[in-house]
Design a protein around this ligand. Sequence first.
Ligand SMILES: [Zn+2]
Length: 310
Amino acid sequence: MGLLGKTKAELAKYATVLKHSEKEAAELNDDFEPAVVKEKSEKPKTEDGVVEMITCSSCKKEIPAGLMKKNLCVCPECGAHNKISAARRVRSMVDPGTFRKLKCKVPFVNPLDYPDYEEKITKLQEKTGLEEGVLIGVGEIMGQKAMIAVMGSEFLMGSMGIALGEKVTYAFEVADKNKLPVVMFTASGGARMQEGILSLMQMAKTSAAVQRFSEHGGLYVVCLTHPTTGGVSASFATLGDITLAEPGALIGFAGPRVIEQTIGQKLPEGFQRAEYLESHGFVDQIVPRNEMREVVGQILKLHERKRWSL
Ligand SMILES: [Zn+2]
């Protein structure tokens, strides 16, 4: 029987079933905390009033830091997409005031008793304002609510250890529970050597979390940024329903020099760059940074889960 001919009160019954129940809404709040997404080392001017300059990684020109940051770290001279911090990326993507950080504290472990590892992590936490190499939370992109995970190459090259794997897995689980799409920005040098084989295990763990999320009908949008390599590229970075990439991003498993040495052949020009991957069907679209918010917003809107609105 269709919905035609039913009274408004009867239809409202369907609507309440399909909306979040009060308990679900409460759980959604329990999982998150308010966040001030600000970079700790944000100083456009040095103490003596001299304008700080940033050197573009591609054309090597000196660009005033303020201009570079305003331009989302895209070089105004040559258009190169320089590295951007996780906090700045989140700010460039979400509608103002909508971001809430996912609560997920993973205790520090040093399974191999790696020398000075704990001090290194503590220092990085203070310097970057990140707990680990990924910043995760829920926010709205062009009015579309989504779970947003941004890897920060400023935190040990965005390498994947136990804590990062746990956070990514938990993000997919919470997104699944709350029927939210996941938008992921990857930037990683691969597995974290300081945690040995336990880092490699995060590949299987995160991949399984993506699979479960996908089986339940969740939408997963990935944006591969420079560089996405190693264990991250071999797990959750390349499992998206829709795969975007930033111009010129290095994307691959092993580096080009290692491959050349192994196969004894010269690699084609542009090998492992976003453009090469797009022309070979591994990337759906290359999106410049200043268009990313709009493109992701449109993708989310197109795949919005239908809810009854009466
Ligand atoms: Zn440049």
